[in-house]
Ligand binder design. Structure first.
Ligand code: KIV
Length: 275
């Protein structure tokens, strides 16, 4: 059965996991942004973003914390529900916050909340080989999963800071093995944060699953940035991979269109944004 909603705008069919797989196969870049509320969700959708993430970065850009660690599942559910109201076409992904996927059962219960209450179509969790069992369990229940590798902000107190990951050969090899293992466990999308561009290119070439990068070089299948960085709202020093798209644009809407266009045309990220 098709609902009226699904037929609302058949010229812009909603993005699905199959769309993302097709985009990878055809070499069309996946433009992604984080979002935290319904009003910006409408603008991000109109700008042509393919994927929207309700990231636990909300702890930093909305709540004013120094890290994402204090964010709870209730916080992500609340923001996800608001974003879902404003979106029609983009694929909606939601972060599983710190310590909400410590066992298979907890992960499943929390992923279900993000989907049923928040309206998410995919959940994202941080981790390498240690998360294979969780990803496998979620995938066996048909929960779409994105696995986040490289810089893992939820581990910042263990790793000692927000630093580029995978620079040494052993760490790079481990990341490649982890990405493959997570894909084999059923991850539908891999997200790579803050790694050398060459490593981003290698992992992307080795995987069947679409790879979305943030500070992972120009060769990943897609790019994601934090909305408030794109719009130059975040105060203070920015990571090297951030581009202020408000430069040369007089509205948030124009800046968001420029971001999507730059990703699609491969002019973002430029060499100065890469490690
Ligand atoms: O929480 C977030 O916004 C993220 C992005 C940085 C990818 O995980």
């Amino acid at each position: 059965m098709y609902t009226q909603l699904q037929q609302r705008d058949s010229s812009r069919p909603p993005v699905t996991v199959a769309t993302l797989a097709r985009m990878k196969a055809e070499g069309e870049k996946i433009a992604s942004l984080t979002c935290y509320d319904a009003s910006y969700a409408v603008l991000v959708d109109e700008a042509g973003a393919d994927v929207v993430l309700v990231g636990d970065s909300l702890g930093m850009v909305i709540q004013g914390h120094d890290t994402t660690v204090p964010v709870t599942l209730d916080h992500v559910v609340y923001h996800c529900r608001a974003v879902a109201k404003g979106l029609y076409r983009p694929f909606l992904m939601a972060d599983m916050p710190f310590m909400t996927y410590t066992s298979r059962e907890t992960a499943l219960q929390n992923a279900v909340r993000l989907m049923q209450e928040g309206g998410a179509k995919m959940v994202k969790l941080e981790g390498g080989a240690g998360q294979v069992e969780i990803v496998e369990f979620l995938a066996s229940h048909d929960i779409p999963v994105c696995a986040h590798l490289g810089l893992k902000p939820q581990s910042v107190h263990k790793t000692g800071g927000f630093r580029v990951q995978g620079r040494e050969d052993a760490a790079a090899q481990r990341m490649k093995r982890d990405a493959k293992a997570l894909e084999e466990a059923g991850a539908d999308v891999i997200l790579l944060e803050c790694i050398p561009a060459a490593l981003g290119a290698e992992i992307t070439a080795e995987l069947h699953a679409p790879v979305i990068g943030i500070g992972a070089g120009p060769d990943t299948d897609g790019q994601i940035l934090v909305l408030y960085d794109v719009l130059d709202i975040t105060p203070g020093r920015k990571p090297r991979f951030v581009q202020n798209f408000m430069k040369g644009h007089d509205s948030h809407s124009a800046a968001l269109h420029a971001f999507v266009e730059a990703v699609k045309q491969r002019s973002y990220p430029a060499p100065e944004h890469c490690f």
